[in-house]
Design a protein around this ligand. Structure first.
Ligand SMILES: [Zn+2]
Ligand SMILES: [Zn+2]
Length: 445
């Protein structure tokens, strides 16, 4: 069945937006819709969420939370724009509520009045459009709305609420950066973690949650295919890496179709391929950026082994010397394990949602091949095991009439990571805040 991922993670593009390009935060907006539209029209790429983090910090402080900014440290020593807001309300459990803040290098084509016109330079120095094409502006707005709702409803819960506005989900290194900056040593260890992601597969006004392995692991892999460059008119003199790359891109699709167990789904995607400078020059090398998805370590290993073996075979069959062999590099920092929804906590949230919204607004959902680093917040530091229960639910975000019309025609509405992904703001935000607040008060009863 053809399907669009409800969640997709761009782990291939590391982009840079200079801090000098960051505009001053807008005046305080008590209206959540205004906050959302402001965030939507001012998206920031991963690692550069300065303005967004400033707005979150300001709004959480205004709601009465103890706020700490610049929480998070990347492996290169730079600090991240993570924000932590803590509200203590007597003895009891600690609940972590997480939202992600970063946007994507996409030129927005929704045409809405609050559309982004932001451009920035990516890490390679290229000019890219920037868009909240994954709806993290929805998540950030819901976090702010939930902060206010929980502060106003202190008679309905007790314990500690720890709100985490996380940077760099799209590059899959934001949660790791916050853990590396001693998140729990500084702010306390939570007893449970909840979060949400919007989806183009459900109408606004609905939610859904699936227990167990909910979102696939993501492994980012670089492949460098080397050859021997030369004049485009004399291919017999060199060894053309562009031709080799073309073979490779198609050959590696047989890993999933011929080597993996069909009962254990996996994905291999080449999202970026670059080589050469001019049509009549055979280049020396071609660079490929891949993302792979799996639900088991066996499946993940099969992909890595297959990619490595086929790259080696490619160079051998081309007659290249060993020092020109293709190089396969697994990027651990840009990879993330399976997001595991604790069955008991997920069942609890499901029941809370049914009680809050009615059964007809709690939709069945399936596990997704998209990836998420929210699970990292609940895992051991070496990412080998789950230590804190996590429940990550989905928030319907589409105009119900448009979604029904698309489904009747056998089509999908534009999904996350596309230029026309368009959440319907008000009912999506209202439902997100209501669902998150209900879940939090039920956990902190
Ligand atoms: Zn995304
Ligand atoms: Zn996302």
């Amino acid at each position: 069945m053809k399907s669009l991922p409800a969640f997709a993670v761009c782990t291939l593009v590391a982009c840079a937006l200079g801090d000098a390009a960051v505009a001053a935060p807008a005046p305080a907006a008590s209206n959540l819709l205004a906050t959302y539209e402001d965030l939507h029209s001012h998206p920031e790429l991963s690692h550069h969420e300065q303005r967004t983090a400033g707005i979150v910090a300001r709004e959480l402080r205004a709601a009465g939370y103890a706020v700490t900014e610049r929480v998070g440290r990347y492996p290169d020593g730079s600090s991240a724009y993570g924000v932590v807001g803590v509200l203590k309300n007597g003895p009891g459990k600690t609940l972590l509520i997480r939202a992600d803040m970063d946007a994507l290098p996409i030129v927005e084509e929704t045409g809405v009045p609050y559309a982004s016109h932001v451009h920035a330079k990516n890490a390679a120095g290229q000019d890219v459009g920037v868009m909240h094409a994954c709806g993290h502006d929805v998540h950030t707005s819901v976090l702010i709305g939930t902060a206010r709702a929980l502060a106003a409803a202190r008679d309905r819960w007790h314990g500690t609420v720890m709100l985490v506005a996380q940077p760099s989900e799209e590059t899959i290194d934001g949660a790791k950066a916050m853990i590396a900056d001693h998140l729990y040593e500084r702010f306390g260890r939570p007893d449970a973690i909840i979060g949400l992601h919007d989806t183009n597969l459900l109408p606004a006004g609905t939610v859904g949650i699936v227990g167990g392995p909910a979102q696939a692991s993501s492994t980012s892999i670089d492949v460098l295919i080397r050859g021997i460059g030369g004049h485009g008119s004399a291919p017999q003199v060199g060894l053309d890496p562009v031709t080799m790359a073309a073979y490779y891109v198609t050959q590696i699709q047989s890993i999933v179709s011929r080597e993996e167990d069909p009962r254990d789904p996996s994905v291999v995607t080449v999202g970026s391929i670059h080589g050469g400078t001019k049509r009549n020059i055979i280049p020396d090398e071609v660079k490929l950026e891949l993302t792979t998805r799996s639900f088991t370590e066996k499946s993940r290993r099969t992909i890595i082994d297959g990619l490595t073996r086929m790259a080696q075979g490619l160079s051998v069959s081309a007659g290249l010397p060993p020092d020109k062999a293709a190089v396969v590099t697994v990027l651990d920092q840009e990879s993330t394990p399976v997001e595991y929804n604790d069955p008991e906590l997920s069942a609890k949230l499901h029941d809370v949602f049914v009680a809050t919204f009615g059964a007809d607004r709690v939709m069945p959902v399936e596990r997704s091949m998209g990836s998420e680093d929210v699970g990292v917040l609940g895992m051991s530091p070496d990412l080998s095991r789950q230590e804190i229960p996590v429940a990550y639910f989905r928030l319907g975000a589409m105009d119900p009439q448009k979604l029904a019309a698309a489904q009747a025609a056998g089509k999908f509405l534009p999904g996350p990571h596309t230029s026309r992904f368009l959440p319907l703001p008000e009912p999506t935000l209202d439902t997100g805040v209501t669902a998150m607040t209900a879940a939090a008060t039920a956990i902190l009863h």
